[in-house]
Ligand binder design. Sequence first.
Ligand code: F6R
Length: 608
Amino acid sequence: MCGIVGYIGNKEAGKVLLDGIKRLEYRGYDSSGIACIENGTLRYEKAIGEVVELEHKLNTNPIIANMGIVHTRWATHGAPTVENAHPHMDCRCEIAVVHNGIIENYDYLTSYLEQRGHIFKSQTDTEVLAHLIEENLTDNLEEAVMSAVKMIEGTYGIAVISTKDPGKIVAARKGSPLIIGIGDNEYFITSDVSATLEHTRNVIYLDDLEVAIITPDNYETKTIENITSLKKIEEVLWNMDMIEKSGFQHFMLKEIHEQPQALQNLMRGRVDGGKAPIKLGGLSHCEKDLLAVKRIVVIACGTSWHAGLVGEYMLEELARIPVEVEYASEFRYRNPIIEKDTLVMAISQSGETADTLAAMREAKNKGAKVLAICNVVGSSIAREADAGIYLHIGPEIGVASTKAFTAQVAAFYLFALHILLLRHKTDPKVPEMITAINSIPGKIQKILDREEEIREMADAYKDKNHALYLGRGFNYPVALEGALKLKEISYIHAQGYPAAEMKHGPIALIDENMPVIVIATKDATYGKILNNIEEVKSRKGRVIAIATEGDEQIQGKADHVVYIPDAPAVLTPLLSVIPLQLLAYHMAVMRGCNVDKPRNLAKSVTVE
Ligand code: F6R
């Protein structure tokens, strides 16, 4: 969603800020804006649409400054217009603020400030911050920011500059990430580490209710109560290659192709040459607690929720622990039952999804221990969890999640084996299970090598308006995920169903215009799923089957067959999802859609 970059140092701020904010374009936005202090006065520019629009304005009238702030906005309060784009200024245009998050009491604060004579120019919640800071500012910007943020309810990651206290940027956070990048005589502020990688990998992560005061030659962090806080400088392990397309047409395609390597990275050092035990460093301090767990509740959103469903099937099958999977947004509002032996697992690629974060806090308030499966190191969910498993798959930039899904599923598998071994010390099946997961990256590669076949199939179906995805058992969540991939990037209406449910309603939709993608791998329900295919065919539906290599029987039943290598049923989601990702990708590209930045979507959904 919204993105923030700030810079202070000795380079040309305009270029550094624009380059940085372009790295955050993938997060989704509809307008952008920049502010700096130029010859003692506040200068700002805003534009709707892509960052390149802002760049055009700056090309005509370049910024001459060594510090400034820039923002991409994803509209929440007020339409995407120039007035509503950030930065927002105070009445005298001496203060500029960029903000991620939502100010919940902005109505009240607006009336309060209007009564005190402030004039508002936008419909945003953010503008109250500029006026609140104005109310409190004499000559010390950080103190004014501290006073202002104490009055607001909601979430914020902000960066502020002012001509009344020039030569510094003040940043503050509550519930919306902010990172300070530490370079050589230069500092960066960003909501996403991708924006600073080009300059530095040394960062500090601001905590909630902390303020950073950054000048060209120093930085200082304090709580909003003005008490100095000491922060550890951490090294980011991502590099520039990871945030480039590296010859692929889109980040999504790159990330689909990265999956074999991503899974190897996830398993490195954790799964040792086919031998037990599984080493999950982020869980080593809580093995006693894990032994006592009697029930697991998984909370997540979107694709991560689908991975959670696969996790449910895996944990119940392998570790024999009852699992429930909840949409984070539902869990948090319905007074869920958490007992002392309930473990809550929060699943999130970004680690910043607002609903998942809020649900996790709710669970902790109720006394639960929370274990996170997360990709982004240092993210809010990772930091607030009691224990965790990092994915270590590098940044996921394509808005449609692909490699995070397979990595989350693989992490669940390792976790299930870990629990199994904790409980039983040894299990004769485990070495075989480890060998099976070790063979998955090579099998994914085999499917990726058939991309052309899938592209041709995409061509045959690209003009359809609807699609149905069916699967059973471990592949039911994959059907949901396949449908989500297609709808979010190609805008084709698609729905996933457990295959047997088709008879209870969706069958009414089937005719010659309805492609039905059926995951029909050779497992315990294979015979049943063949029946489902017959039911579709006898109503003239078109069937694309995802089948196990060597299955000739299915040839005569489906219109198209995509083969995937054989694997134990519990691991098939890691394979069956790959053709569905490629199918969605190619259909979307053929329909002329912007797959990396689908309309209305954001990479990290930081509003509830
Ligand atoms: C779909 C997609 C979203 C995310 C969801 C949760 O392709 O990417 O559905 O999975 O917004 O995001 P994280 O995993 O970052 O919590």
